[in-house]
Design a protein around this ligand. Structure first.
Ligand SMILES: Nc1ncnc2c1ncn2[C@@H]1O[C@H](COP(=O)(O)OP(=O)(O)OP(=O)(O)O)[C@@H](O)[C@H]1O
Length: 255
């Protein structure tokens, strides 16, 4: 499998006021293969979200290089980078950040209409298919304010998938959900991954990470460990064994 992401000597420093700065990502080196399902764990403040935002081109890193699908994003103009994000990356956040004045369907199709690379007919067809797959077809015309937390995250997933991205980045996508909705969202993501989309999630939840294939552990701005758990098969019943393996690994690192 080819690498979809190659990160070399990545550093990120935030300036705090005039004299102080904080070195948040410290010489990160990372390769992610096409089709992998990766999660990033680690204590609060270790740099997980910062890593996600810097390798997805949402934030500007201080030094190093990030090559995404053979394109070096550090040398790209802001315009080229926005286009790359729109056409090849999908994002899911803890809070769904959906537009309250649009209904479910319009929230999903908006970015595809903006991309203008396909006919509206084709986009609408894909949106209907995505809503059906994620179990929200019946709320297509509903206002966003009427949807439950789990439904909102499914809308976010459909929105993230509408442009057929090569990769989905999620920052605590299940962080605001109850156990049932978390499990449902993870089954949907496992399904999406099985159809070939690479996924990278930041999570604090062992049950979420246990359903991913590879777990990176961050500590103080560095990836200090990288565990390969193997592909999770949707609906698999040895999830408890995966969780136990992960918990043992995490406890060895004092987490
Ligand atoms: N825009 C910013 N300006 C200054 N410092 C920042 C900024 N964003 C993050 N930081 C700092 O960078 C460090 C890493 O933050 P980050 O959000 O990446 O950690 P995290 O591991 O995702 O934490 P959490 O699990 O709590 O979300 C923290 O000390 C945070 O205060």
């Amino acid at each position: 499998m080819k690498n979809i992401l190659e990160v070399k000597h990545l550093n990120k420093t935030y300036s705090i006021g005039k004299l102080e700065s904080q070195h948040v990502l410290k010489d990160i080196n990372l390769e992610i293969k096409e089709g992998e399902f990766v999660s990033v764990m680690g204590p609060s403040g270790s740099g997980k979200s910062t890593l996600l935002y810097n390798i997805s081109g949402m934030d500007k890193f201080s030094s190093g290089s990030v090559v995404f699908a053979e394109k070096d994003i550090s040398t790209m103009s802001e315009e080229a980078l926005s286009k790359l994000r729109l056409n090849t990356m999908g994002f899911i956040f803890q809070q769904s950040n959906l537009l309250k004045n649009l209904n479910v369907f319009d929230n999903i199709i908006l970015s595809a209409y903006l991309a203008k690379s396909e006919s509206r007919k084709k986009i609408n067809k894909r949106a209907i298919e995505l809503m059906r797959k994620t179990g929200i077809a019946e709320i297509s015309n509903h206002d966003i304010t009427q949807a439950s937390g789990g439904q909102l995250q499914r809308v976010s997933i459909c929105r993230a998938l509408i442009n057929n991205p090569d990769i989905i980045f999620g920052d605590e996508p299940t962080g605001a959900l109850n156990t049932k909705a978390t499990n449902e969202v993870m089954e949907i993501l496992a399904d999406i991954n099985q159809s070939g989309t690479t996924i990278m999630l930041v999570t604090h939840d062992v049950k979420v990470a246990a359903k991913t294939e590879r777990i990176l552990f961050m500590l103080d701005g560095q990836i200090v460990s990288d565990k390969y758990l193997g592909k999770y098969e949707k609906g698999e019943n040895d999830i408890k064994i995966r969780e136990e393996r992960l918990l043992m690994w995490l406890s060895r690192m004092g987490f």
